[in-house]
Design a protein around this ligand. Sequence first.
Ligand code: HEC
Ligand code: HEC
Length: 165
Amino acid sequence: MFHHAAGGYAQQGTLCGSIGSCAAIINLVAMDKDNTHMKLVGDLISWYSQCSFPSQRFDSIATYKKQIQTAAVSPLCHTSVSGWMMAAKSSYSAKDRKDRCAKVAADTVYQTVVMLNEYTEGKYKPLAAKLSKETENCLSCHGTKAADNQKGQMNCVSCHDDHTK
Ligand code: HEC
Ligand code: HEC
């Protein structure tokens, strides 16, 4: 069902496929009129963007252990895996890259299960940190409470210059 999610959906480097697949599972479990599923998915995306991958949680079953970790920066496959490949001196077709992304998928599944367990026990609280001060600043003019002329909560300055400086 999620084979197409590989490589940020059909190798396009858009949303990391592990987020998209886990988001579908969250939707199945937690969808309600209060948009609980949206809150959980939003939290998963923020958590992912703030994470350094891969963890060593699955090293005992991985070929490559203690791999170099890099910050995902955004939920995009592109930034997440490109940053890692540069730091690891790897390439997309290399086996260590495949191991890295398998671990990222497993890390994201693990986080999803932690969140859904807490949700089921009625104890769920958002796990990701709030938006950065810089992004809050951008959204103070471009966000829903002001001009409302951009969509998203990604880290703006990872792609844009701050034109207010
Ligand atoms: C004080 C309000 C304010 C803040 C803070 C602000 N912007 Fe803007 N931004 C504007 C306005 C107004 C325009 C439209 C300017 C124009 O008419 O050309 C604009 C235009 C833009 C544009 C399109 C034009 C361009 O310069 O490329 C981008 C992209 C943009 N802002 C991104 C950001 C980002 C990223 C941040 C945070 C780092 C940010 N803005 C913070 C008010 C703001
Ligand atoms: C992953 C990269 C990326 C991130 C993160 C990102 N943007 Fe953008 N944004 C773009 C690209 C690419 C465009 C299209 C630029 C163009 O048309 O020249 C764009 C367009 C815009 C525009 C319209 C600019 C224009 O002149 O048409 C605004 C405003 C803007 N972004 C604000 C933001 C704000 C605010 C944030 C943070 C909440 C943000 N962006 C996060 C890549 C990004």
